[in-house]
Design a protein around this ligand. Structure first.
Ligand code: NAD
Length: 320
């Protein structure tokens, strides 16, 4: 019998890569998504497979999945600032009620559940690099609070289900991840830069560009998720690439990659934008034997190749 796994947010960027990975590992994969930020194009190549199912469903509503479940990956949530600022209430609901429903399902099915938390739980961090022991510096009433606090609540209710109901839980704190199937118009730095380069527009850096991020290629993240799910460790684990870069230098790298035909321009920094971001991955190394393998040069080239295959109609879509 194949192991059965439910992947919420399965039509999104990360969820669709997880569907591919678990299909390749021989699982029966059930993807669930309400398509609020996802796209069926990301998983349509799986529809013909006997061991793939898709449920069009909002996980903030009661979740019914017939049959047994061995694992749940809860990845449903808007993830880019542009999305969660546009749909703040849905973002809070999917982090709170969606997570609660997924934990209830895990309890009912005796399934192991891994929830997708984020480096945003560290807010604008006062500790650098960020270890899992750092409690964070989040503004609960700032514009990003809807995402950050939803994810902090997600972690809290997950630990409560672990402690009080004995549910087998895993928590991953994901740092900025990139790769094919990101949306060009989702407002995150890399697709924004590449989209602007493809359209021949100047690249916009917010602030003076000295703020840092650490970008992890999607296949490395998926490997980390796979290892954490199959581990026996139930406290949060950071997964990300510690190779930190300033946004200004990152824009320069993308400029080089895309042929250097546009300029880099600067606009004011959005409220509560974190100044530094770099994961401490000691735990992932020690507990999971995990470290990222794909450097930025290789990952950026793969991602650019993907975006080039999209139609010019896709290139011209602006953030909504
Ligand atoms: P994404 O927007 O591409 O995917 C999210 C998916 O969840 C979409 O397909 C969307 O339609 C679906 N969804 C949202 N609300 C839903 C609901 N109520 N019911 C059912 N489906 C719903 O984003 P992503 O980058 O793939 O992120 C996936 C997860 O990983 C999110 O939980 C996000 O917080 C987390 N994460 C991502 C990153 C990153 O760098 N990509 C970093 C940290 C955490």
């Amino acid at each position: 019998m194949k192991k059965r796994i439910l992947i919420t947010g399965g039509a999104g960027f990360l969820g669709s890569h997880l569907c591919d990975r678990f299909i390749a590992e021989g699982y029966h994969v059930i993807a669930m998504d309400n398509l609020i930020t996802g796209d069926l194009k990301n998983i349509e190549h799986l529809f013909k497979l006997e061991h793939f199912e898709f449920y069009h469903h909002d996980v903030t509503k009661f979740i019914h999945v017939p049959g047994e479940l061995d694992y749940i990956l809860h990845f449903a949530s808007p993830a880019s600032p542009i999305d969660y600022l546009k749909i703040p209430i849905q973002t809070l609901k999917v982090g709170a009620m969606g997570t609660h429903n997924c934990l209830g399902l895990a309890k009912a099915k005796s399934a192991r559940i891994l929830v997708a938390s984020t480096s945003e739980v560290y807010g604008d961090p006062l500790v650098h690099p960020q270890t899992e022991e750092y409690w964070g510096n989040v503004n609960p009433v700032g514009p990003r609070g809807v995402y950050d606090e939803a994810k902090r609540y997600m972690e809290s209710i997950t630990m409560a289900y672990h402690t009080f109901h004995g549910v087998d839980t895993r928590i991953i704190r994901i740092f900025n991840t990139y790769g094919p199937r990101m949306r060009l118009n989702d407002g995150r730095a890399l697709p924004a830069f590449i989209g602007q380069a493809l359209r021949g527009e100047d690249m916009t850096v917010f602030g003076d560009g000295s703020q840092t991020r650490s970008f992890c290629y999607v296949s490395d993240l998926v490997e980390g998720i796979y290892r954490l799910l199959l581990s026996d460790y139930s406290l949060p684990v950071n997964i990300g690439n510690p190779d930190e870069i300033s946004l200004k230098d990152f824009a320069e790298e993308v400029l080089q990659l895309t042929g250097g035909k546009v300029n880099i321009i600067y606009k004011p920094l959005p409220a509560d934008d974190p100044k530094q971001r770099k994961p401490d991955i000691t735990k992932a190394r020690n507990i999971l034997g995990w470290a990222p393998l794909i450097g930025r040069k290789e990952g950026l080239a793969k991602t650019y190749d993907y975006f080039k295959t999209l139609s010019s109609e896709e290139w011209s879509k602006q953030p909504k």
